[in-house]
Design a protein. Structure first.
Length: 324
């Protein structure tokens, strides 16, 4: 009997392997493993060193963005001639390098104001023989005054996205599709600044640039609103769309009336077409929606800069209403 007795709990089936039926799955062993070396201070969230590293990375990104800027894209310095145009440019804060005054010029109030404004802004004032000023201006009637304006320093389109990302409001960018009148460009830049936009982008070719006329029309707003140039506007619009922006084109026969425009509070690119032809085919196909401004009376369309101002005012109104 004693030889046939078995210890309680020791029974197991023949042919089975020795081991636990329900095991830990190796969790206990993994629990004993170390968590590795402590990460550097700059990689620990919330650590002062990590915050300094983040600020340094942001500064480096801004520096890289500035390096992408294209000063003038091959344009040459511009000469503004005439007493009234020179005074208007200096009043508007147009960047200038030098003011040329012909020797013997009658110093009326406009000449005196031009000299005073240039001196206040640190612009070089050069008195030159009238023959030299004739040569500088190409023989154009200059009335004894000429202002040298350097090529405008355009931003990169990515900088507009970066500026919008730092804002508390959704991004708002205006793109110009073949606008060739610099006065329209300047007026649109002024409206963008007035209604909280983050910048203007325009094609590199077949479009107005930031000349002294555009600067003057912007009434100095061009000093605060970045203007970028795109090598290919359609591709740039697609990149904006990939970044989360809705693309809305202004069109007299748009699919949506401005009264029913529901995308105003989203990150938005507003595309303004040329003065005569409107939106080009490729740009129109890139738009998510086209917007028409309801008009009364016999007026068929609005000037490009006026139309942009009307829509920007409505976008700003809807965004204010949403914040309330």
């Amino acid at each position: 009997m004693a030889g046939n007795s078995k210890r309680r709990g020791a029974t197991r089936k023949e042919g089975t392997k020795k081991g636990m039926v329900v095991g830990s799955g190796g969790q206990r062993r993994r629990g004993l493993r170390g968590k590795g070396p402590t990460p550097p201070a700059e990689m620990r969230p919330g650590h002062p060193a990590a915050q300094r590293a983040a600020r340094a990375a942001a500064a480096k990104a801004k520096q890289a963005a500035r390096a992408r800027r294209r000063p003038g894209d091959g344009e040459t310095p511009e000469t503004v001639v005439g007493r009234n145009p020179v005074v208007e440019c200096l009043r508007a804060g147009v960047p200038a390098t030098s003011l040329h005054v012909a020797l013997g010029t009658h110093a009326d109030e406009r000449v005196a104001e031009a000299v005073q404004l240039a001196a206040d802004r640190g612009v070089s004032i050069l008195e030159v023989p009238r023959t030299d000023l004739d040569r500088i201006t190409g023989g154009v009637l200059h009335q004894g005054l000429a202002l040298q304006v350097p090529p405008y320093e355009y931003a990169h389109p990515d900088e507009l996205l970066e500026a919008a990302a730092e804002s508390v409001d959704p991004g708002l960018i205006v793109a110009l599709d073949g606008v060739t009148d610099p006065r329209n460009l300047g007026a649109i830049v002024r409206s963008v600044g007035a209604f909280g936009g983050h910048g203007v982008v325009l094609p590199q070719r077949r479009a107005a640039g930031m000349t002294a006329v555009a600067w003057r029309t912007s009434a100095g707003t061009a000093a605060r609103v970045p203007v970028a140039r795109a090598t290919n506007l359609t591709r740039t619009l697609r990149e904006f769309a990939t970044a989360g922006y809705m693309i809305a084109g202004l069109d007299a026969e748009g699919s949506v009336s401005l009264d029913e425009f529901e995308l105003a509070t989203d990150p938005l690119v507003l595309v303004v077409g040329s003065e005569g032809k409107g939106l080009s085919r490729l740009v129109r196909e890139t738009c998510d929606v086209t917007v028409a401004i309801p008009l009364a009376g016999q007026v068929e369309s609005l000037n490009a800069s006026v139309a942009a101002g009307v829509v920007l005012a409505e976008v700003a109104r809807q965004r204010r209403a949403r914040r309330l």
